[in-house]
Write a protein that binds this ligand. Structure first.
Ligand code: PLP
Length: 452
């Protein structure tokens, strides 16, 4: 077979891709019929495809390239680490400097007593870890019957059996026999779609109180933990009403339920603080991390765990771990990524400059006849498309058709924006400039006009 390179004609690359590559969350037939866009290189917030088109990536890949593309420092650290120690494990009383240094740095950045890190290769794996860790915690405390984990409908916590079970995505549950036992889903705080006539605040409180109802119905002595993304990302950037998280925190405290904040998207500056938990004012016992931890330059995830949980599980052997837990190259890349985020003041910039700038521009899209709601927190944003702004009614026919059309217009206009049903979402690299935000909003407006 000839060498397959960036220089091959696009059609040949597409044909090989369709013949041999099974894509995640895709219909293979559609891939074969329509072809895929082949991305060949990237720099800053801009992707280049095999036809030489330059595309503004308003999704930071999959919400992960926080630092933007093409940072040589990360490539250099990876090459250096590969030469020095490409692999060693962290099992059986061994460790290495990148794993030690990254854990110490994460303990410094994480709020409160979140001082310990268990490494994984991804966010999904980290949520598997969390499920086993919280159950082990309660078993160690003599309460093995505390096993149930409460999550939310329309949440996303990964694609493994545990991750997808913790998640509340119905299409995922319909494939492969999910959810696994002892996971319970309550309603999400999605005011725009489900709030009816209630005020946002009233609705937020009501949805949080569903947690208390579930605890009482299922039995206080059976609940291990509650898990939630500070802001639901893949569910459509659902920014909860201000009343929601304080009430969830109150309920977790009252019933001594462990609180797991899934920070896979919200972590590492996305919401204008290091962690979404800080933006929402909550104090989790465990935080799930991945994505922005290495800005996607190397696959790494993990759980940042509080002192109390570690004191309890530390008394037993936790029979759990991955070959790549704390992989030295990924850990070294993550550490360098955190160094740059910190030294360049990128998180502060999101909170004080680019976040507010995007908010002003993005929320002005509410004047567009197709937009029912436009919201932003930090550098994650959403717009809800509707045929009727007053009633917030959905479009007739299949949900997501209009969103899909709008996404295709974005793509044709060299803008990557995602759609979740009929919501359009963005999560650009945190290094995006004000001029690039202007371009993003212009292209999004053009796509909205064409969709209208
Ligand atoms: N948790 C959240 C909130 C996510 O958004 C994701 C991925 O999008 C995951 C977990 C799963 O992470 P990964 O895809 O790295 O397994």
């Amino acid at each position: 077979m000839n060498m397959i390179t960036n220089h091959m004609p696009t059609a040949e690359l597409q044909a090989l891709d369709a013949a041999h590559h099974i894509h995640p969350f895709s219909t293979q037939d559609e891939i074969a019929n329509k072809g895929v866009r082949v991305i060949t290189r990237a720099s800053g917030v801009t992707l280049t495809d095999s036809e030489g088109c330059e595309i503004l990536d308003a999704m930071a890949g999959l919400w992960c390239v926080n630092l933007g593309y093409g940072r040589d420092e990360l490539a250099d650290v990876a090459a250096r680490q590969m030469r020095e120690l490409p692999y060693y494990n962290t099992f059986f009383q061994t460790t290495h400097v990148p794993a030690i240094a990254l854990a110490a740095k994460l303990a410094e950045l994480a709020p409160g007593d979140l001082n310990h890190v268990f490494y994984a290769g991804s966010g999904s794996e980290a949520n598997d870890t969390n499920m086993r860790m919280v159950r082990t915690y309660w078993a160690q405390k003599g309460k093995p019957e505390k096993k149930i984990i409460i999550s939310r409908k329309n949440a996303y916590h990964g694609s493994t059996m545990a991750g997808a079970s913790l998640g509340g995505m119905t299409p995922m549950h319909e494939q492969g026999g999910l959810p696994i036992p002892d996971v319970h889903h309550i309603d999400q705080p999605h005011w725009y779609e489900e709030g009816g006539d209630m005020s946002r605040e009233e609705f937020g409180l009501q949805r949080a109180q569903e947690l208390e109802k579930a605890i009482l119905e299922l039995g206080e002595d059976k609940i291990a933990a509650f898990i939630g993304e500070p802001i639901q990302g893949a569910g459509g950037v659902v920014i909860p009403p201000s009343t929601y998280w304080p009430e969830i925190q109150r309920i977790c405290d009252k019933y001594e339920i462990l609180l797991i904040a899934d920070e896979v998207i919200c972590g590492f500056g996305r919401t204008g603080n290091w962690f979404g938990s800080q933006t929402m004012g909550i104090k989790p016992h465990i935080m799930t991390i991945a994505k922005g931890l290495s800005s996607g330059y190397a696959p790494i995830g993990g759980s940042i765990v509080c002192d109390e949980v570690v004191e309890v599980i530390g008394a037993c052997e936790f029979n759990h771990g991955y070959t790549y837990s704390g992989h030295p190259v990924a850990a070294a890349v993550a550490l360098e990524n955190l160094r740059i985020l910190e030294e360049e003041g990128i998180v502060d910039k999101v909170r004080e400059e680019t976040g507010p700038y995007l908010k002003e521009k993005w929320e002005a899209l509410e004047d567009h006849p197709l937009v029912g709601e436009a919201r932003v927190e930090g550098l994650m944003g959403t717009i809800a498309l509707t045929p009727n702004k007053e009633t917030r009614a959905p479009f007739a026919g299949d949900s997501g058709t209009v969103g899909y059309i709008c996404r295709e217009f974005c793509f044709a206009n060299n803008l990557v924006m995602r759609h979740v049903g009929d919501r359009m979402i963005i999560s650009p690299p945190l290094v995006i400039s004000k001029a690039e935000i202007d371009t993003l909003v212009e292209r999004a407006t053009m796509a909205l006009d064409l969709t209208f």
